[in-house]
Design a binder for this molecule. Structure first.
Ligand SMILES: [Cu+2]
Length: 189
């Protein structure tokens, strides 16, 4: 037990001491084979960069789990109480000042736009973000239609976009959520 706890502590601190590093490697190897179906535990992140002249920033992380992909969202620099469309877009290119370089919604299964977990929707459709009184968002949810592991539905190499306005979950194919105020390319971590 002592050895296990010691290993965990060392792992958490990411220390690179030779002997203990080996123990950490063994432990993570066991975890991967025991707990993880296809791609389980794979992680990716997208740092959000302000677009269209805003000060919006933040970070979105994706972690593949057995029941779907856990998404953790942190956004700053929004108007207090404001509501914003939020999607995974198909191209991992946030270079344009208005983020139009990210293309349309990520839609590998050619579905109509809609609401996540409510009938037909793009794999990249996510629910609107609502800013708190300080203009920040912190939210966590599970996406069922994307993966982190390689494959047709993988978010790696795609982009995450925050829009100026709320998504109406109906207008095709965009949700009519207006301009793009933040964008981040999703990369494995
Ligand atoms: Cu979008």
């Amino acid at each position: 037990m002592k050895r296990v706890l010691f290993g965990l502590a060392i792992g958490a601190a990411a220390a690179a001491i030779a002997g203990c590093g080996m123990m950490g490697d063994q432990r993570s190897g066991e975890t991967a084979s025991a707990a993880a179906p296809a791609g389980g535990g794979a992680k990716a992140a997208a740092p959000l960069v302000a677009k269209s002249g805003t000060n919006t920033g933040g970070r979105v992380t994706f972690e593949q789990q057995s029941g779907g992909t856990l998404v953790t969202v942190s956004v700053t620099g929004l108007a207090p109480g404001s509501v914003h469309g939020f999607h995974v877009h198909e191209k991992g290119d946030c270079s344009a000042p208005d983020a139009m370089s990210a293309g349309g919604h990520f839609n590998p299964t050619a579905k109509p736009h809609g609401q996540m977990a409510m009938g037909d929707h793009h794999a990249g459709d996510m629910n609107n973000l609502t800013a708190d009184a300080n203009g920040n968002v912190r939210v966590q949810f599970v996406m069922k239609d994307v993966t982190v592991a390689p494959g047709a539905s993988s978010v790696i190499g795609r982009a995450v976009v925050v829009h100026k306005d709320p998504d109406d979950y109906r207008t095709q194919p965009t949700g009519n959520s207006g301009g793009r105020i933040a964008c981040g390319v999703v990369a494995a971590i």
